[in-house]
Design a binder for this molecule. Structure first.
Ligand code: ADP
Length: 313
C-alpha cells in the first residue's frame, strides 16, 4: 500500500510584494518520483528550499515521515538529501576528499565513510575520477559530484533542483541513469524542472506549479486524460484550405478540433490511430497533400491548456 513519506501543506513565502510560493500542498509516496514542473520563476526552488528547512516559510507545514522539518539539524531533515542549483564544491580538493568532507558533516567516519564515498561515486559514474579535482571537471561532472554528496548519508528522499541545467548531453544521460537506478532501489525523488521531456521520462506523479500555486497534482495518465486531444496531425495541402473543408474534417471520427493555419490544417485527434483515416479521406476528396506530420501531445500542451502560456520563455 502506498505510504506517504513527505507531506507538504499550505507552504507559503513572500518576498516583499511578491508571493513566491502561495499555499503549495502535495505529497510524495514512498518510492515515488514526483516531478515538480513549472516555468522559470514559478516558485520551485523556493518550495524545495522550504521543504529542506533552508528557507523559512511564512506559513504551512512540511512533514517528513510524519515529523516536522524545522530549522536546525534534526532527524526528519537527515532523511532528505538536496542537490541544489548552486554548486557547492571545493574546486581544488580531489573529488573523494570533497565527499569525505561532506560525509564528515553528516557524522560519517572511518571505514563507513570510505565505503559510502566509493558507493556514491560509483552510482554517479565518477569512480574513475575519484582522485581528480572538480576544477578539471565539466559542469555536468560537477553536478554529478553534487548528487553524490547529497546521497552520502543515504537519505530516503532525494530532492534535485533543475539538475540538468547547463549540463552536457553525456552527463545528462549519466544523471538519468543514476536517477533510474535510485528509483529502481525504491528511493523517493523530487525532481524540479522546466523541461517537460525530463519530467515525462522520470516522474510517476506530476505537480505543475506556476506563480507559486499548484495547478495540477496528478499521475501523467490523469494529466493526459485532461487534454481534449491525445495526438495532433498537421496536414499541409497543395491548395488553400476552404473553411468548409475544415468544418468537414471536424466531423470525421476521432477528430477533436480543427484549426486552419496557412495552407494547412492543425487537427486534434482522440488517438494517433485516427490519423490514417483522416489522410485517406482528404485524398479521396481530391485534396493533395504537400506535407503531413503527426505528434503525440505532451506536457507542454498540458501546461498550455492549463495556463494559456508556453512552459518555456
Ligand atoms: P523557480 O525555481 O521556479 O525558477 P524561484 O523559487 O527561484 O522559482 O523564484 C520564485 C519567485 O521568487 C521569483 O519571482 C523570484 O524572483 C523570487 N525570489 C526567489 N528567491 C528570492 C529572494 N531570495 N529574494 C527575493 N525574491 C526571490
Amino acid at each position: 500500500m502506498a505510504q506517504t513519506i513527505l507531506s507538504v501543506s499550505g507552504l507559503s513565502k513572500q518576498y516583499g510584494e511578491r508571493r513566491a510560493v502561495d499555499g503549495v500542498s502535495f505529497q510524495v509516496q514512498r518510492g515515488q518520483t514526483v516531478g515538480l514542473l513549472g516555468p522559470n520563476g514559478a516558485g520551485k526552488s523556493t518550495t524545495v528550499s522550504m521543504i529542506c528547512g533552508l528557507v523559512r516559510s511564512d506559513g504551512g507545514t512540511v512533514l517528513m515521515d510524519g515529523q516536522p522539518v524545522g530549522e536546525g539539524n534534526n532527524a526528519a531533515k537527515r532523511k532528505i538529501g538536496l542537490v541544489p542549483q548552486d554548486l557547492a564544491l571545493y574546486e581544488d580538493l580531489p573529488a573523494i576528499d570533497n565527499l569525505k568532507l561532506f560525509g564528515g558533516l553528516y557524522g560519517l567516519k572511518g571505514a563507513a565513510l570510505m565505503q559510502r564515498c566509493h558507493a556514491v561515486l560509483e552510482l554517479v559514474r565518477l569512480a574513475d575520477r575519484a582522485k581528480d579535482k572538480p576544477s578539471t571537471f565539466s559542469g555536468g561532472m560537477k553536478r554529478r559530484l553534487n548528487i553524490a554528496a547529497a546521497l552520502l548519508h543515504d537519505p530516503e528522499l532525494l530532492i534535485l533542483d533543475e539538475p540538468t541545467v547547463g549540463v552536457d548531453p553525456q552527463s545528462r544521460n549519466a544523471i538519468f541513469d543514476t536517477l533510474e537506478t535510485l528509483k529502481a532501489q525504491g528511493r523517493s525523488l523530487i525532481y524540479t524542472s522546466h523541461y517537460m521531456e525530463e519530467v515525462e521520462r522520470l516522474a510517476d506523479h506530476i505537480v505543475i506549479i506556476d506563480h507559486g500555486k499548484v495547478l495540477a497534482d496528478e499521475s501523467p495518465a490523469a494529466l493526459y486524460a485532461r487534454l481534449p486531444a491525445q495526438a495532433a496531425l498537421r496536414a499541409d495541402l497543395q491548395q488553400p484550405v476552404a473553411p468548409a473543408l475544415a468544418e468537414a474534417v471536424a466531423r470525421l471520427p476521432g477528430v477533436t478540433r480543427v484549426a486552419v493555419t496557412g495552407q494547412g490544417l492543425d487537427i486534434g485527434l482522440a488517438d494517433t490511430a485516427a490519423a490514417p483515416s483522416v489522410l485517406r479521406w482528404l485524398d479521396e476528396q481530391g485534396h493533395k497533400l504537400a506535407h503531413f506530420a503527426t505528434a503525440r501531445t505532451n506536457l507542454e500542451d498540458i501546461f498550455l491548456t492549463l495556463t494559456g502560456r508556453s512552459l518555456r520563455d
